[in-house]
Design a binder for this molecule. Structure first.
Ligand code: 13P
Length: 342
């Protein structure tokens, strides 16, 4: 059925100096982003915004290996009638698709969530393959507070991730496995060491479940949070975040996984870049370490665009700059001065 090997797609997703653009905001989330620039969220404005990003040739060709899309976007056409997925492919990048149906309250576990979307997933994946998607994303969400997370929530989210990953591979689609330990949950005042412990626990559990579900680790990408203190208690230095994140990943992620692509999770654009660069410049690692940022790749572009046709070039320049900075971070060669120079 499939011609491309999962391993080859996964390796291409973490090619040298490239990373993933997470543009898979659900309709609710993109509305919040558009509210911040006072633009109404309609199918057409969402299309215009994303078309602007995917037509940013310099960024897409040189720095972006793949784009995670939302269901609506994978079915949308550019103004000239070209499917948006074709624009991505024409730039040498791979279209991907968010397939989870969001994190919902987990019964019996107040304050915790379970990600839904397994029912009918086999059929949806077949359709997405036909529409050109070659990788997928599923995000499990783990919140930290005094008594959380619980084992029940960690285990159930890990099991859902594993079943999702197995279904993806059956369909010839590379799963991005994303267990996000929140940095900006409530109260968001936890220490970096608490984040380390929870992330280690979560990743160990996820890889146990992936093994039990017979998922091929060579044909997947991990999308974790960095090990970092809560948003309302930020104290750790760039070096400390880099050291603890790499140590935690080495303790939990098998070397057969080809690549790890971080989420940005509410870090500022420059923090997300600095942390990734510090890891790649100072440590030898068995896997590629790159970015799969949403907010940290798009925030500046969204603002520069502001919903106006005459700002498309400015939006594309802002996106290209952030993409280039993160490409350098993936190579471990980013420096603060490069931000100022721009
Ligand atoms: P952020 O980088 O904005 O956290 O988004 C990445 C993502 O895909 C979250 O699921």
């Amino acid at each position: 059925m499939t011609t491309e090997r999962l391993e080859d797609i996964a390796v291409a997703m973490v090619a040298d100096g490239k990373g993933i653009l997470a543009a898979d905001e659900s309709s609710g989330t993109i509305k919040k982003r558009f509210d911040s620039i006072q633009v109404e969220s309609t199918a057409d404005t969402r299309r215009d915004y994303r078309e602007m990003l995917f037509r940013a040739d310099d960024a897409m060709k040189n720095y972006i290996s793949g784009v995670i899309l939302y269901d609506e976007t994978l079915r949308q056409k550019a103004v000239d009638g070209t499917p948006l997925a074709e624009l991505i492919k024409a730039a040498g990048s791979i279209p991907g698709i968010k397939v989870d149906a969001g994190a919902k309250d987990l019964p019996n576990f107040p304050g915790e969530s379970i990600t839904e979307g397994l029912d009918g997933l086999r059929e949806r994946l077949q359709e997405y393959y036909g529409l050109g998607a070659r990788f997928a994303k599923w995000r499990g969400v783990i919140a930290i507070s005094d008594g959380l997370p619980t084992w029940g929530a960690v285990k159930q989210n890990a099991q859902a991730l594993a079943r999702y990953a197995a279904l993806c591979q059956e369909a010839g689609i590379v799963p991005i496995v994303e267990p996000e330990v929140l940095m900006d949950g409530k109260p968001g005042d936890h220490s970096i060491d608490r984040c380390y412990d929870v992330t280690e626990w979560v990743l160990k559990t996820v890889f146990t479940e992936l093994y039990d579900a017979r998922v091929s680790l060579e044909g997947m990408i991990l999308k974790p949070n960095m090990v970092i203190d809560g948003k309302n208690a930020r104290k750790a230095s760039v070096e400390e975040v880099a050291e603890k994140t790499v140590r935690c990943l080495k303790a939990t992620v098998p070397a057969s996984v080809p690549g790890i692509a971080f989420l940005s999770g509410g870090q500022s654009d420059e923090e997300a870049t600095a942390h990734l660069s510090a890891m790649n410049s100072a440590y030898d690692m068995p896997w590629k370490l790159t970015f799969s940022y949403g907010r940290a790749l798009q925030a500046a572009a969204l603002k520069a665009w502001g919903g106006k046709t005459e700002n498309v070039a400015a939006g594309q320049r802002a996106f290209a700059h952030r993409a280039r900075m993160n490409s350098m971070a993936a190579a471990g060669t980013w420096k603060t001065d490069l931000e100022k120079a721009a």
